[in-house]
Design a protein. Structure first.
Length: 435
């Protein structure tokens, strides 16, 4: 006879564990299933863990602003669970370089509505605040092996600076922290376990078969399986009414030494979002510098049919493309001969906005399309899903009357319809990982 529980969460990354934590805190019996050997070993561990607020929609930005308050008080968010080994948030600020793709007027209007602090920099201020930066305008991004990539700029850029942005030092540890907090509330984790079959019974409950021979029954399933989320949806027979698609996308983040003088007076230099050249950068403790890409049109995207078959190693071509773009912006950036960094597979939504929603099958919920830009929102995503599940299971028609979540830290109201599986395509999306 199958064992039973109240909720099965598939995926023990930072999103899945956050959902498990919030549901367990509400008294649900929660089972978390993950094919890896521990929390956060999948997409989460490949995250740059940037905490920023620049999004193309009010609700996306409001979620990030609320989540930032959780990161600032991370032990408190975890319920002060006994371990002293917790992820740490470093506030270093973020510079978002001007680009027509994400007009500063729209960003600033949303900042004003939500209450995000910011500064407007012209090119002179930008050059003063980040010594050595090239303030040239080069858009659109060019292939790094083309002559046009090295052409001189004929205009200069300003930027929007958000001083309260920053990063989390260890994304995998953050997921483990949430997993420990969930376990302290009674959640159970089953690692090195795969779902082999899932179907809904006449009773409405879900029967989930696992590769260890177990079968588990629950009225509620939450799909937080990252790049495997689409496959799980197909297995469960959901997704036919989705207007937004998700697909696994292989990405790389590279590690180099920070430019000389970038970290001054015991404070790390700011992170830089550079859609003008097609890259982003953030400092790291110990003099390091992380560099990622923003999917410029001139570089082919590496879509993956089977995440398990993705190349887990960094590549020389991707390293050269991303690091040379960063060096174009920061000419004093050292470019090493030997690539260093990590590779991972993202769960990318077609408009780079996640799906936090119910589905057309009762009791089956999704937190998907999250990779690349939703690590920062994980503390709030758990609360959003818990709120959504509570309302829908009580009979609320979220498809007709979207649930609204109010952030306890900021008081900002977040319309969860913005993350609907059936939403209109976000036409204001930058079409990049920045959302």
């Amino acid at each position: 006879m199958p064992r039973s529980t109240d909720v099965i969460v598939v995926g023990a990354g930072v999103i899945g564990n956050s959902v498990a934590y919030e549901l367990a805190a509400q008294g649900y019996r929660v089972l978390v299933i993950d094919k890896e050997g521990g929390s956060g070993f999948g997409s989460t561990s490949a995250s740059s863990a940037i905490i920023r607020f620049n999004y193309s929609t009010f609700d996306g930005m409001a979620t990030a602003w609320e989540a930032a308050q959780c990161w600032k008080k991370w032990p408190e968010h975890l319920g002060n669970v006994g371990s002293t080994d917790v992820a740490r948030f470093t506030e270093c600020g973020m510079v978002f370089l001007d680009v027509d793709l994400a007009p500063r007027e729209r960003t600033v209007r949303l900042f004003d509505e939500i209450g995000v602090k910011y500064e407007l920099w012209d090119s002179t201020t930008l050059a003063d605040r980040i010594p050595g930066i090239d303030v040239g305008k080069y858009y659109p991004p060019k292939p790094v092996d083309s002559d046009s990539f090295y052409a001189d700029a004929d205009a200069s850029l300003g930027a929007v600076f958000t001083p309260e942005a920053g990063f989390v030092d260890d994304p995998q540890l953050a997921a483990a922290n949430l997993g420990a907090a969930a376990a302290a509330k009674g959640a159970v984790h089953s690692f090195r376990t795969r779902v082999t079959h899932i179907e809904q019974q006449a009773s409405g409950h879900w029967m989930v078969q696992l590769d260890n021979g177990d079968t588990v029954e629950a009225p509620i399933v939450v799909n937080a399986a990252g790049p495997w989320s689409g496959t799980l949806n197909e297995m469960a027979g959901v997704g036919a009414d989705f207007t937004v698609t998700v697909r696994p996308l292989r990405q790389e983040v590279h590690h180099v030494a920070a430019p000389g003088g970038y970290n001054q007076q015991a404070r790390l230099g700011p992170m830089i979002a550079d859609l003008d050249l097609g890259t982003y950068m953030r400092p790291d403790q110990g003099g390091g510098f992380l560099i990622g890409g923003t999917e410029p049109e001139c570089d082919p995207l590496e879509w993956i049919d089977d995440p398990d078959r993705a190349n887990p190693n960094r590549t020389a071509d991707r390293f050269q493309a991303q690091v040379l773009r960063a060096a174009r912006r920061l000419p004093h950036l050292p470019v090493p001969f030997q690539p260093r960094g990590i590779a991972g597979v993202y769960d990318a939504a077609s408009d780079w906005t996640p799906i936090y929603d119910r589905t057309d099958r009762p009791g089956f919920y999704v937190a998907m399309g999250t990779s690349g830009n939703q690590f920062k929102n994980a503390p709030v995503v758990g609360r959003i899903l818990a709120t959504l599940i509570e309302k829908v299971e009580a009979g609320h028609d979220h498809d007709v009357d979207p649930v609204v979540y109010t952030g306890p830290h900021t008081g900002v109201k977040i319309d969860l319809g913005s993350f609907s599986r059936r939403r209109e395509f976000n036409a204001e999306s930058t079409g990049t990982v920045l959302g």
